[in-house]
Design a protein. Sequence first.
Length: 352
Amino acid sequence: MVQNKFHKNFQFNSISFSSSDDLLAYTKVFSEEIHHFLENWFSKSNVIIVQTSGSTGTPKSISLQKKFVINSAKATGAFFDLQENTTALLCLPIQYIAGKLMLIRALTLGWKLDSIESNSNPLKKVEKQYDFSAMVPLQLENSLSKIHLIKKLIVGGGVVSISLQEKLQTVSTDVFATYGMTETITHIAVKKLNHFASLHGKMMIQSYYQTLPNITIYKDDRNCLVIDAPKVAEEIVFTNDVVELISDRHFKWIGRFDHVINSGGVKLHPEKIEEKLAKIISNRFFVIGIPDEKLGEKLILLIEGNQKEISFESSNLTKFEIPKEIYFLDQFVETASGKIQRKKTFEKFFTQ
């Protein structure tokens, strides 16, 4: 079976393997989680079971076709021109799809993959240079002083703040934000975050996501993105992400449909408001709507940390976007991968 094979050039932690049994024997000692995943990958089953992150709902297990996982790996390799013998660093937890895909890309495409502990400062002890890696925004923020060790980096699992994007303009690494979900086997689109020159000879469109090959996108009647990706997903995926379509391959992400706040008849997108607030607030924060007799919903701002004075004068917020109330909370509720759980955070502090 195709999934029981791997590329002859594949290396893991500088070791080559002549068979899947040799690789399994090595990972049994190196990492129980990686070993368990590879056991499933090399099994006779045509599917793997993966866990969603739970950032936009209750975490759940879903089944993915192995052939689709391989297709996803090949699409990433082709888009970023990551051929065999690419050196790559795995610093994401293997229990989630992003970590699993780094491993499958290496197996499928013949990369030389090194695996290190997944923590908030992954490059702290790294001295070697790599062609490619994947991180979450917090890892990137903490790795800026050594990020030059990575030539190309994809960032997912959360929004890259404006302040972090500004810092990326002076680094040598080509950094891309990714758009996708477990159901689409990680990203189906990427957005360049720095070095706004060209990719594959074509001018990149700043701030817009560009789809990978064999992806069709359109909007439903809610203005939410619909994804038809027959090589990585069995069914058409209807998302809750409000988007602006720029072309048949480019889109701008506006925010989550289920986050929209209707305040006095004005529809407010929290993510757009938060992008403006990021210029004046350094702590973690988010805005949310709460029931209000006059407005239907009123906008409030939740900030993690100690109370301080907040002025909105330099934020470029419209009068409707200015929060009606501000609350300072000790600690937000997070998923296991560190994403803020808005609803659970609000419920913890306001519905007791």
